[in-house]
Each structure stands twice: as structure tokens, then as C-alpha cells.
Design a protein around this ligand. Sequence first.
Ligand code: FES
Ligand code: FES
Length: 161
Amino acid sequence: MRVTFTANGKPVEADDVWEGESLLYVLRERVGLPGSKNACEQGECGSCTVYLDDTPVCSCLVAAGQVQDREVRTVEGLADENGELGLVQQAFVDAGAVQCGFCTPGLLVQTDALLERDPQPSDTDIREALSGNLCRCTGYEKIMDAVRLASARTCERAASE
Ligand code: FES
Ligand code: FES
């Protein structure tokens, strides 16, 4: 079957998609967006998290057909059109919150969604929001630092506007 949807603001078309194919597979293998990672393929790790319309989802659990005519935003879509890193991406770099990087795309999307609904989350809110995103490397402290930094910068940006 053919699936058409919007990915990071651009219309995309994927052909020869079989019924059981996941959105994650389509993104990585058919439309050239390999940022979302496949670590467990069963909804356990969060490394494949993308926005579907405005909601973060595990793209390994979404059937490709479900995204027909909908909007997907991946970790690549958090950067601007010139490839300049977005605020959350830059905060993870600056806080040193990336080691192997496998979990990072999902954490970035989930953090972006958290700050969208609450620019000043408490540590408990951050932990809760990121509880479905597993990291095997960092011990989470640098990730917490990165989210706090992104939160501070989000608030600074809002104050200066
Ligand atoms: S690859 Fe989708 S949740 Fe792990
Ligand atoms: S940085 Fe390696 S899994 Fe998180």
C-alpha cells in the first residue's frame, strides 16, 4: 500500500508498505529519517519517540497505515530548516547528556513535549515525563541537568519576547 503523510512539515509518500509495517521502519528505511532509533521494537524503551500530530508516541508501536494524512515530527524536526539545533537539542549537548546517543532522540522529543505543556517542570515532573525513556549509559543525572537547562532557556526566551 501507499502511505502519505507529513514529516517535519514536508509531504512524504511511502510505497510498497505492508500492513504490519511500523511507522519507525517507514521513517528510517523509506523516507530517510533515521534519527528515531530502534532499540526494543516493543514500546519499552522510548528511543523511537516521535510526535504524531501533537502527541509523543512510540513509533515502533504505530502501524504505518495509522499515519495516513497525519503529521509526524521527528527529532530531525526539532532543528530549524537550516539544520541549526533547537533549544532542547542544544541543552543536551551543552549539559553533556549524550553518551552512545541511542536514547537521545526519544528523550529530546519527550522533553520538547514536556516543556511545551510546562516550561518550568519540577524534578518530579521531569522524572515522570521521561519515565518511559530508558538510558543505559548516563545514569540520568546529566539528562536531568539538560532538561533543567532547557527549561531555564525556555523561560529566558519567553521573558525576552
Ligand atoms: S524501539 Fe520503540 S519503544 Fe523501544
Ligand atoms: S546515552 Fe546511551 S542509552 Fe542513553
